[in-house]
Design a protein around this ligand. Structure first.
Ligand code: NDP
Length: 292
């Protein structure tokens, strides 16, 4: 391996530490405790793990955690009524509805019912539009975490060629917007992209957000490029379930200048950014200076 390892786990500890300091100041100076409400509908095992982890880390940084676990057959009307209650609750500064929702619920309808100022996932169409037009918004946590790692490692991203593989609303598209905002020349690739290998070979920065285990091989990577692997894929290997990313770590690490591991790369940054967004939402709601 020649690449520098980008340690998202360690960086997330630093981010959470700063969040905890800011929370302590809000409590001490203003008597305000930031609060995050997480809504989970149904029993999807991966979602249960994420929600548990979010609740635990919320409490660890000194914030209030409100968990709402609803049965899988919850009606849309009941879910929307809960969202409205959370919108109106002054103790709740951030609201996250864990996706995916059961099939009978309209995700867009539910997400767009969240008060955009409390939409700490940044998925509300108002926040999507604000981000796209370069205005102050709530920024989706996973792309924000990737951007933080890139800035920390590379400094200025201005003028760099970036390829984002994946065009989902939660990762690929907002990632591309953030890179554009930092003056990268951005290409968004997807399942219909022709000559993906050649497209990726042009990039100084490669973001893989595909959901296909180890899809990107080392010979697609320009020597010295920075590779950010968003993928979280559970596969069976040697009779064990292991987590792997969307890039083939060993071959990519032999060519890249820097690379994130899976696990321990982007994953821990996502929750850290969720906590940071909640503090930001709390400060904005109270007219207080936001964390940097
Ligand atoms: P989606 O399934 O919503 O999107 C996947 C994207 O990859 C689509 O745009 C799709 O293209 C594209 N794609 C699929 N196959 C290919 C291919 N062969 N070549 C090129 N592009 C392809 O996934 P998400 O964006 O939600 O998630 C992506 C990955 O990131 C997953 O592994 C997920 O688990 C992980 N993830 C990790 C998070 C973290 O905290 N680290 C948070 C969120 C997601 P098309 O649009 O044409 O179908």
């Amino acid at each position: 391996m020649t690449a520098t390892l980008i340690d998202g786990k360690a960086f997330a500890v630093t981010v959470r530490g700063k969040v905890a300091e800011h929370v302590a100041r809000l409590v001490a100076d203003h008597g305000i405790t930031p609060g995050l409400a997480v809504v989970l509908v149904g029993e999807d095992p991966a979602s249960q793990v994420y929600v548990r982890s979010k609740g635990k880390q919320t409490v660890e940084v000194g914030m209030a955690s409100f968990e709402h676990k609803l049965p899988a057959d919850t009606s849309e009307a009941d879910l929307l009524a809960l969202v409205q209650r959370l919108n109106a609750d002054p103790a709740v500064h951030g609201i996250l509805v864990q996706l995916p929702l059961p099939k009978h619920l309209d995700e867009s309808l539910v997400i767009n019912a969240i008060d955009p100022a409390k939409d700490v996932d940044g998925f509300h169409i108002s926040n999507v539009g604000l981000l796209a037009t370069g205005q102050k918004s709530m920024v989706p946590c996973t792309p924000l975490g990737c951007l933080m790692l890139l800035r920390d490692h590379l400094g200025s991203l201005s003028g760099k060629d970036a390829v984002v593989i994946g065009r989902s609303n939660i990762v690929g598209k907002p990632m591309a917007q953030l890179l554009l905002g930092d003056s990268c020349t951005v290409t968004i690739a997807h399942s219909r992209t022709r000559d993906l290998a050649d497209v990726v070979r042009q990039a100084d920065i490669v973001i893989a957000a595909v959901g296909r285990p180890e899809m990107v091989p080392g010979d697609w990577i320009k020597p010295g490029a920075t590779v950010i692997d968003v993928g979280i894929n559970r596969i069976e290997r040697d009779g064990k379930t292991v987590l792997v990313g969307d890039v083939d770590f060993a071959s990519c690490a032999a060519v890249a200048g820097a690379i994130t591991p899976v696990p321990g790369g982007v994953g821990p940054m996502t929750i850290a950014c969720l906590l940071a967004n909640t503090v930001t939402a709390c400060c904005r709601a109270n007219g207080l200076p936001e964390p940097e």
